[in-house]
Write a protein that binds this ligand. Structure first.
Ligand SMILES: Nc1nc2c(c(=O)[nH]1)N[C@H]1C(S)=C(S)[C@@H](COP(=O)(O)OP(=O)(O)OC[C@H]3O[C@@H](n4cnc5c(=O)[nH]c(N)nc54)[C@H](O)[C@@H]3O)O[C@H]1N2
Ligand SMILES: Nc1nc2c(c(=O)[nH]1)N[C@H]1C(S)=C(S)[C@@H](COP(=O)(O)OP(=O)(O)OC[C@H]3O[C@@H](n4cnc5c(=O)[nH]c(N)nc54)[C@H](O)[C@@H]3O)O[C@H]1N2
Ligand SMILES: [Mo]
Length: 660
């Protein structure tokens, strides 16, 4: 078991919020208040805002750590009852490029693969994922197989750092940050030239190959090698293994998604699979690894500003009408335009256009890019609400109203993982004090705002039943699932339409090579590689990338209380290549200042040749409230992918100097 799972029991009772807290201004101390008062504060703010500025001045920022039920009720409240689509989630920072990329290439969101594919592939490309530290259980499965079959399984890692994941690879491509798309194009080039394209598959099941062919022709391995900063032979090796492979599986995570060309890079991965017919069969396919425990479920439930439940789109009039009918709200209740993604919510706050910003199950004052700007924007919002399990997070410092949340182990509901497997998480302890499940808080507010019928749920099982009914006939059909079935038979994969028997859910999608596009064909995309939004320059000559440690979870609200994790990683370390350390006058073990165009932070230096020259690394975990605070995201910029609106959290131009 992963260290975080093994130690979660130590973390549940520390430092919990147990009652609602309130203060009128953020320079005042909080006072404990009863729920009744908390609801009346919310209710009167919402009524006032609706009467003055209208529903577009309301926004909720939720989380891939919501249960499906939490997501569903929050979306129904804001999008259905109140008429604002400004529900976004931290999945915007995490999975939205995968969502946009799958939709663009395959016609719908939904990873087509399953974990068994790890046991059947003979080539696994790990691109922009430190699987060993971030999906350690999955990684162990891969390593076990590698030990058994040796060269029968080739593992290729593309990552600017020599991570624990790269240690296990047959081939490590230590590419420059932001050059993944060039790399993928060059692999395509070599396949094209050497007869590796499956032209029969391309002709029967895809469209748009001519443009892609022209793009690939322009990116020979020499050209890509110069851009990526690796040897051309290494790129050719990957292409040759791909060509020889009977099952090529690509796994990716934030090194791909958190980029201004995240969606294009996901398409670049899909392009390779489609051009070689490596999709819709065992051991093959483009497999996005989900970050948070239920970011997948959130996508199915419509938990982003442009989505509605059942992989539906706000912009589609039929989809809106179907959802309005199901929700029992008047036709036209759902606003016809996508709501504000979280970056746009911040901009709207800067302009004084948001009255109520409700944050739940996320800690944006650590995890959002360009934190100084976020902090200033949020200060302009009349009412900032935070629903949290733990006390005194960085986001609590900017909140007026704090609501205590029941968390995992204390509330019942459903989560969905990367391979579309749906798990019922059961409550087996009482929530502390007056903490409540997120869905129950949103539902009670809905009733108080006059939607008794729409929010009259007694249990999470009722919420789930209503939610899965909306997926019938969709790619993510889960209409045969219920809390009862999951409790009795254990986790199930979707698609699971009504009438399926337990264990008969869909292990893989697109086995018939029919794709949910109007033509039934998957689409190639010929996006030009652009590189980083903020490339290094004379003043800021290095690229800072920000990621994770094995033992810590994001903003450490939980893992801080796990002794084993805290001992394993006592402080944040700035990883610097020896030659960069020399040229910037830095010494291992001493402190350095990292400066970007936006801010400067300090950290202890770790000189290591396990990072590419020109790239430096900081962990994301240590926010302002920590003893060893190191707010990496004060340095990062918010520019992101045009399709997915996911910010480029993996790269900012920085310079270094010794402290003192
Ligand atoms: N221990 C731990 N595990 C976690 C989490 C956690 O907080 N702690 N969080 C979970 C969540 S929500 C998520 S989203 C996942 C994230 O899982 P990962 O994406 O695997 O983790 P990261 O460390 O964010 O980044 C992965 C790698 O991307 C590399 N990288 C940076 N820039 C580039 C680039 O331009 N190209 C390529 N190819 N690689 C690049 C970095 O060097 C880093 O090693 O982890 C999940 N699992
Ligand atoms: N530079 C840089 N920035 C990044 C990233 C990166 O790689 N680089 N990664 C991005 C990614 S992929 C992600 S997912 C985000 C993660 O960033 P956040 O979402 O901000 O991080 P968490 O610490 O997971 O915050 C979740 C919060 O919810 C609380 N919580 C837990 N369970 C519950 C519950 O049931 N209900 C409620 N109401 N609260 C609960 C926890 O105590 C915690 O404070 O960070 C993003 N930011
Ligand atoms: Mo994530």
């Amino acid at each position: 078991m992963c260290v975080k799972g093994a130690t979660v029991g130590d973390t549940l009772d520390h430092n919990r919020l147990t009652t609602p807290l309130w203060r009128e201004r953020t320079d005042q101390p909080f006072e404990a208040i009863p729920w009744e008062r908390a609801f009346s504060i919310l209710e009167s703010q919402i009524r006032r805002t609706l009467a003055t500025k209208g529903p577009q001045a309301l926004a909720i920022y939720g989380s891939g750590q919501f249960l499906c039920e939490d997501y569903y009720v929050a979306n129904k409240l804001l999008k259905g009852a109140l008429g604002s689509n400004n529900f976004d989630a931290n999945s915007r920072l995490c999975m939205s490029s995968a969502v946009a990329g799958y939709s663009r290439s395959l016609g719908s969101d939904g990873p087509p693969c399953c974990y068994d594919d790890l046991d059947q592939a003979d080539l696994v490309l790990l691109i922009g994922t430190n699987t060993a530290e971030c999906h350690p259980v999955l990684f162990q499965r891969l390593i076990k197989r590698k030990r058994k079959v040796g060269d029968g399984l080739r593992i290729v890692v593309a990552d600017p750092r020599a991570t624990a994941t790269a240690d296990a690879a047959d081939l490590h491509l230590a590419i420059r940050p932001g050059t993944d798309l060039a790399l993928l194009c060059a692999v395509g080039h070599r396949l094209l030239v050497n007869g590796g394209v499956d032209h029969a598959f391309v002709a029967a099941h895809t469209e748009g190959f001519a443009d892609l062919e022209a793009l690939w022709r322009a990116w020979d391995p020499q050209r890509a090698a110069a851009v990526c900063g690796v040897a051309p032979e290494a790129i050719e090796q990957l292409a040759d293994w791909w060509m020889a492979s009977h099952g090529a599986l690509s796994l990716w995570s934030m090194g791909v998604n958190q980029s201004r060309e995240g969606t294009a890079t996901v398409a670049g991965i899909c392009n390779l699979h489609l051009a070689t017919g490596q999709i819709g069969r065992p051991g093959a396919g483009p497999f996005s690894l989900t970050g948070q425990p239920n970011a997948m479920g959130g996508r199915e439930v419509g938990g982003l500003a442009q989505l509605l439940p059942g992989y539906r789109a706000v912009a589609n009039p039929e989809h809106r009408a179907e959802v309005e009918r199901h929700w029992g709200v008047a036709p036209g209740s759902i606003h016809p335009e996508p709501g504000l993604a979280v970056g746009a919510q911040i901009e709207a706050m800067e302009q004084g256009a948001i009255d109520l910003w409700w944050v739940a199950a996320t800690n944006p004052l650590v995890s959002m890019p360009n934190l100084d700007r976020v902090r200033a924007a949020v200060a302009r919002c009349e009412l900032v609400v935070l629903t949290e399990a733990y006390a005194n997070t960085e986001t609590q410092a900017v909140a007026h109203l704090v609501l205590p949340a029941a968390q995992w182990s204390e509330k019942q509901g459903v989560m969905v993982n990367s391979e579309r497997r749906v798990t019922l998480c059961r409550a087996f302890r009482e929530p502390p004090g007056e903490a409540r499940p997120d869905w129950a808080i949103f539902a009670e507010l809905g009733r108080r705002l006059g939607f008794e019928q729409q929010f009259g749920y007694d249990t999470a099982a009722e919420v789930y039943a209503e939610c899965v009914a909306l997926t019938a006939g969709r790619v993510c059909d889960s209409s045969g699932l219920s809390h009862g079935l999951l409790a009795e038979h254990g986790p199930q994969q979707w698609p699971f339409p009504a009438g399926r028997s337990p264990g008969e859910g869909g292990a893989r999608l697109y086995l018939d090579h029919q794709f949910p596009t109007p033509s039934g064909r998957a689409r190639f995309h010929a996006d030009l590689p652009m590189g980083l939004a903020e490339p290094p320059c004379e003043r800021y000559p290095l690229v800072l990338t920000v990621g994770r440690y094995l033992g810590h979870w994001h903003t450490m609200t939980r893992t801080l209380h796990a002794e084993r994790a805290a001992k394993q990683h006592p402080e944040p370390l700035l990883e610097v290549h020896p030659s960069d350390a020399r040229s910037h006058g830095l010494v291992d073990g001493e402190r350095a200042r990292v400066r970007s165009r936006r801010a400067a932070v300090e950290a202890k230096v770790l000189v290591t040749d396990r990072i590419r020259q020109g790239t430096v690394f900081l962990p994301m975990h240590w926010g302002a409230s920590q003893v060893n605070a190191c707010e990496a995201n004060r340095l990062m910029h918010e520019e992101g992918c045009l399709h997915s609106k996911q910010p480029e959290l993996k790269a900012a131009a920085v310079t270094l100097e010794p402290v003192g």
